[in-house]
Design a protein around this ligand. Structure first.
Ligand SMILES: Cc1cc2nc3c(=O)[nH]c(=O)nc-3n(C[C@H](O)[C@H](O)[C@H](O)COP(=O)(O)OP(=O)(O)OC[C@H]3O[C@@H](n4cnc5c(N)ncnc54)[C@H](O)[C@@H]3O)c2cc1C
Length: 295
């Protein structure tokens, strides 16, 4: 016998999440010259995460307030209770240069499907350095800034020459699967990418970091901005507890403690400040990029 039981807060919250997600579908953020990240599917909500976690205590029918959602998600984020986050996911359509994609797919728990360059032809679009990413980049100390224009031109020229060879090969009826071998890693690729919310947070923590390459950082910011629209509470606590945070290992903590006992406040301040500064710089870079991508 098949019956239908829609009682319980879990199903109620799932229904509500569908309404919110359907309003957000299609939200797109442009990244760089031709790239973008577009939300095309999502599963779950902050409340669904909490409802899932509450199965542990068989509390699924208890009242769920905003404060409870906030406190439970904060506690789960702090304590590494990750499985309820795995039950939610986000799907994006993404267009990014192949050299960024190569880093991006190292986050191996994604489920993705990429446009085939065997069955379709490239339109020759290539990533080019723009003023914004150039400005964000920590150029090497030996870099001669007077050569900036000529370097950017060399990159553009090299991409253009490769695309011209590609087009010639295609015109000579070479199959796309062979012609593509001359395309540069600056050419764009497009794919549908899905990841559960727990692994997505891990990916963002790595790629939003100040040490990440600026081009992947930009895409990570766009993914963060869209994820935050679907899961505002989860992403708020992700930022505070997983991303903008710092860890001290045992040796460092011990040396801080020794310095405190010895009254060496400058030494303590120095140790803490270097970590704090990194977190502050990460925060500034994130806010600046959100502002830039929002325009
Ligand atoms: C600064 C930086 C530099 C990097 N440099 C390089 C580089 O030079 N070359 C390179 O190849 N990669 C490089 N990577 C990629 C890196 O090694 C990781 O593969 C990538 O960051 C994904 O991390 P992850 O394993 O936590 O995430 P995911 O691959 O998304 O996996 C999520 C979790 O699933 C589990 N998992 C997934 N796959 C496996 C598996 N096969 N075996 C066991 N557990 C698994 C792990 O618990 C993991 O934490 C770099 C990454 C960063 C951030």
């Amino acid at each position: 016998m098949i019956t239908k039981d829609t009682s319980g807060e879990y199903i109620n919250e799932v229904k509500k999440s569908y309404e919110k997600i359907s309003e957000l579908l299609g939200t797109k953020i442009d990244v760089g010259k031709a790239g973008y990240v577009k939300l095309i599917n999502a599963y779950g909500s902050d409340a669904v995460i909490v409802e899932s976690a509450r199965q542990s205590y068989k509390m699924e029918d208890a009242e769920l307030s905003e404060a409870k959602i906030n406190n439970m998600i904060l506690s789960m984020t702090k304590n590494g209770h990750t499985s309820p986050f795995e039950q939610c996911s986000l799907t994006f359509k993404i267009k990014m240069p192949i050299f960024v994609h190569r880093q991006f797919v190292r986050s191996r728990t994604a489920r993705l499907n990429e446009a085939s360059m065997r069955y379709t032809k490239s339109n020759g679009e290539c990533w080019e350095p723009d003023e914004h990413t150039w400005e964000m980049r920590n150029l090497s100390k030996d870099f001669d800034e007077s050569k900036e224009d000529s370097i950017v031109n060399k990159i553009k020229k090299s991409n253009k020459a490769s695309v011209e060879v590609y087009n010639t090969l295609i015109n000579e009826k070479v199959v796309p699967e062979l012609a593509r071998t001359v395309l540069p890693v600056a050419s764009y690729t497009e794919f549908v990418w899905n990841m559960d919310l727990n692994n997505l947070r891990k990916m963002l923590a790595l790629r939003l970091d100040g040490h990440a390459q600026k081009e992947i950082f930009q895409f990570a910011v766009a993914i963060y901005m869209l994820s935050e629209k679907v899961f505002p509470v989860t992403m708020k606590h992700f930022i505070n507890e997983m991303y903008l945070t710092t860890r001290f290992n045992y040796d460092t903590l011990e040396s801080i403690q020794r310095a405190i006992y010895a009254g060496e406040t400058d030494a303590v301040a120095e140790k803490i400040d270097s970590r704090r500064l990194e977190v502050v710089r990460n925060r500034e870079a994130l806010l600046k990029e959100i502002d830039y991508l929002s325009k």
